[in-house]
Design a protein around this ligand. Structure first.
Ligand code: MN3
Length: 203
């Protein structure tokens, strides 16, 4: 069974003005599509074809670089599209809010730590909010690595992720990654993040 490129759950221009339509179209239709196709090519006719993407991530150290890079790219973007939505000035609530407050003190302190992880990641990579050991932590990974991978510095279940590759922001923001990171907070789908948090707790 080949992995399938999921369709975007909203229009290309839904995240305007924070993430522009052309960036979304190229990012989904070309970059995410390429990770998907390259992953399928890398696992074709092998036992890996029978595994879920999560199982592949969990033992990524046993796989070649093509599967690490493209499998990571496949999973990471699947998550990324779903944790965003059309301008939502909402904030975390309920159990997720309590967990954020337990782990970071306040939502603002959490956002500050996440922003720092996203801005200071050298080169290409991702910033994450991860369910880890009964609590929440912020971490970042290089390239298309993620916290599900057995080689990750901080392992756990990612419930929010931000792509800080230049292809995610360069058309609109050029070298101003901090502005892109700051604007991410305008388009978070907190209901979906809360849903991933609930799934993570059941793992
Ligand atoms: Mn990307």
């Amino acid at each position: 069974m080949a992995f399938e490129l999921p369709s975007l759950p909203y229009a290309f221009d839904a995240l305007e003005p924070y993430i522009d339509a052309l960036t979304m179209e190229i990012h989904h239709d070309r970059h995410h599509a390429a990770y998907t196709n390259n992953l399928n090519a890398a696992i074709k006719d092998s036992l890996t074809e029978k595994l879920s993407i999560e199982s592949i991530m969990a033992e990524i150290s046993k796989h070649p670089a093509a599967i690490r890079n493209n499998g990571g790219g496949y999973f990471n973007h699947n998550l990324f599209w779903t944790v965003m939505k059309k301008q939502s000035e909402s904030n975390p609530s309920g159990e997720l809010l309590k967990a954020i407050e337990r782990s970071f003190g306040t939502v603002d302190a959490f956002k500050e730590e996440f922003n720092k992880a996203a801005i200071s990641r050298f080169g290409s990579g991702w910033a994450w909010l991860v369910y880890h050991d009964g609590g929440l932590v912020v971490t970042s990974t290089p390239n298309q690595d993620n916290p599900l991978m057995d080689i990750a510095e901080v392992k756990g279940f990612p419930i929010l992720g931000l792509d800080v590759w230049e292809h995610a922001y360069y058309l609109k923001y050029q070298n101003k990654r901090p502005d892109y990171v700051q604007n991410f907070w305008h388009v978070i789908n907190w209901d979906q993040v809360a849903d991933y948090f609930n799934q993570a707790k059941k793992q």
